[in-house]
Structures are given as C-alpha cells and as structure tokens.
Design a protein around this ligand. Structure first.
Ligand SMILES: *[C@@H]1O[C@H](CO)[C@@H](O)[C@H](O)[C@H]1NC(C)=O
Length: 305
C-alpha cells in the first residue's frame, strides 16, 4: 500500500514538474553558402545539443548552398515550412537558432508558417532590418556571378527573382525602389501600409524569448546594428538609428515593441567578425535558451493569446 502511494505521488510530481514535458527540440537555419552536411554546421548543431541537452535538427532548404543564393527567400521559407511539418519530433513546438541569412528564414517560419509553435529564437548576426550593400563578395565563390547580375540593378525583377540576398538589400537612398520592387523584406517586416498583415505581428509577438546577437566587428552586415533591428534613417548613411527609433518599432509593425516592453528581447554582443562564435559564448547566450527553464508552459502560452 505504502509503495503504491509513493508510486502515485511520484507519478503526480512527474506530471507537475515543468521540466518533465518541456525539452523542446531546436532547429538550426544556416547562412548563405552553407549546407547542413558541412562540417562546421554539423559540429555547431551537435555542440549546441550537448550544451543544452536538447535534440537539434539542421534544416536544409532545397539543395543547400546554391539554393541559399539563388532561390527567392519567400520560396526558401515555404520549403523550410514544409520540411518542419514533416518532422514528427517538432510537432509539439521548437526553438530556432539562426545564422545570418537563416534568421530571415526563421522569422519567415514564425510569421508565415502555420506549423508547430516556436518558443524561443536565438538570432546570430541576422540582417533583420536589411543591409545597405552587397557585402558578400570577398568571402564567397558565387560572387563573380552575383556581380554580373547586380549590374542589372538590385531591384530589377530578374535580380530579385534569382539572387536571394537582394531580398533584404535596403538602400537608404533608393527606398522608393525598395518598397516597390524588393520581394522579401518589406513583406517580412510589414513595411508596406497597404499590405500590413496583423497575423505576422501577432505570431512574432507570441514568441517567448527573442535573443538578438550582434558582432562588434561585423564586416558583412552593413550596418552591424541590423542584427538588433537598427538601421540607417531614410536617405542618410551617416548614422544608424537604434531599434527603438525606427518606425518599424515605434509603430510596432511586427510586434517588436510588444515583445520588448514585456522584457522578452535580449540584446547580446559577441566580439569579433560575422559569426565568429566561441564555445563560451554559445554556452552563455545560446544554449540556455534551448533548455526547459526557458520554455514557456502551455497554460501560460494559451493565456497570453
Ligand atoms: C495574413 O497572413 C496569414 C498567414 O500567412 C494569411 O492566412 C492571411 O490570408 C493573410 N491576410 C491577408 C489579408 O493577406
């Protein structure tokens, strides 16, 4: 009898314990030119799994490196959404770790994909507010081709349809072309008054934690503050507005202000160039958000709606 009661008691405790049911898996969304099968990203995913105790999945989009360059980002989001829905382990919800361009796909998943709920997003060097140059050339082999295409104009239909990163190039001195012809970021950031969709805002502001990591010597993102949703003011390349001074924030087009006011955005600086990440930085600022302690419980989740 005693033994039976003990059993019942421990069963009940297990049901009540928040940790028992809330180890969420995480997905890694790699940056441009990368692939899930590359050693670096495999190791990154495995290491984060070890540090957090959560299972990790690298989500490949299309054929990997080449599609990361040449497939429109909205199509990449569509493919990622399909893939997420096919992984049964993600059905109860998941966390996102994004690298560079992968963060825009991650945000696309949150805002546009009617898949499982996203709990936390850790963004490492994400070009969230756009970039004001095509800085990708020094490091990448696709650049010769990219260069040729760019001569046709960043906002031409052909380039927008065939060169993914032009979907988030925002030239402060050519904003009218950007609003008219850029196929991706104006939609993701709900920038166009006539096309604003409240669902995107609702879904992003339903995140539990958004961790925005900026690199203090980032030479790829111009400006580097875009990783914190900061950007140049219209028609001015001489200064950068912090997130709180941008219209996107002040008018709360995507729910950032709501998130921020509830203390659910963390701003973190890593030292070094774009995506230079040490094990210690991963341990301190990425892995914690993949643990059950940082997972919002279902009841709470429901009551916030
Ligand atoms: C807003 O976005 C949601 C989710 O993608 C979609 O179902 C809905 O049709 C959109 N609404 C409008 C007015 O476009």
């Amino acid at each position: 009898m005693m033994k039976f009661l003990l059993l019942v008691a421990s069963w009940a405790m297990l049901q009540l314990s928040p940790a028992a049911s809330s180890v969420l898996p995480f997905v890694v969304l790699h940056g441009i030119s990368d692939e899930c099968k590359h050693h670096g990203i495999t190791k990154f995913t495995t290491d984060l799994g070890t540090m957090s105790g959560a299972p990790g999945y690298c989500i490949e989009i299309g054929n990997g490196a080449s599609d990361s360059w040449f497939l429109r980002l909205d199509k990449q989001v569509e493919l990622a959404c399909k893939e997420i829905k096919l992984i049964p382990e993600l059905a109860g919800g998941y966390n996102i770790v994004g690298l560079s361009q992968g963060n825009l796909i991650g945000r696309g998943l949150i805002e546009w994909c009617d898949g499982p709920p996203v709990n936390n997003m850790v963004s490492l060097g994400g070009p969230h507010a756009g970039i004001a140059s095509l800085p990708l050339c020094a490091a990448y082999s696709f650049c010769a081709l990219a260069d040729i295409i760019l001569h046709m104009g960043v906002y031409s239909d052909f380039v927008q349809n065939h060169l993914a990163p032009t979907g988030y190039i925002k030239m402060p001195k050519d904003l009218s072309s950007y609003y008219r012809s850029c196929v991706f970021l104006p939609k993701l950031n709900n920038e166009l008054p006539q096309n604003r969709n409240a669902t995107f805002k609702h879904r992003l502001s339903d995140l539990n934690q958004l961790v925005l990591v900026k690199f203090d010597k980032d030479t790829v993102l111009v400006p580097q503050e875009t990783a914190w949703f900061g950007f140049f003011p219209p028609n001015d390349l001489t200064k950068v507005l912090p997130m709180e001074e941008t219209a996107l924030y002040k008018e709360d087009w995507i729910g950032l202000k709501s998130l921020h006011e509830q203390g659910r955005i963390q701003f973190v600086t890593f030292s070094g160039d774009h995506l230079s990440i040490s094990d210690q930085e991963m341990l301190d600022h990425v892995a914690p958000y993949l643990k059950p302690e940082k997972t919002r419980q279902r009841e709470e989740h429901a009551s916030i709606m």
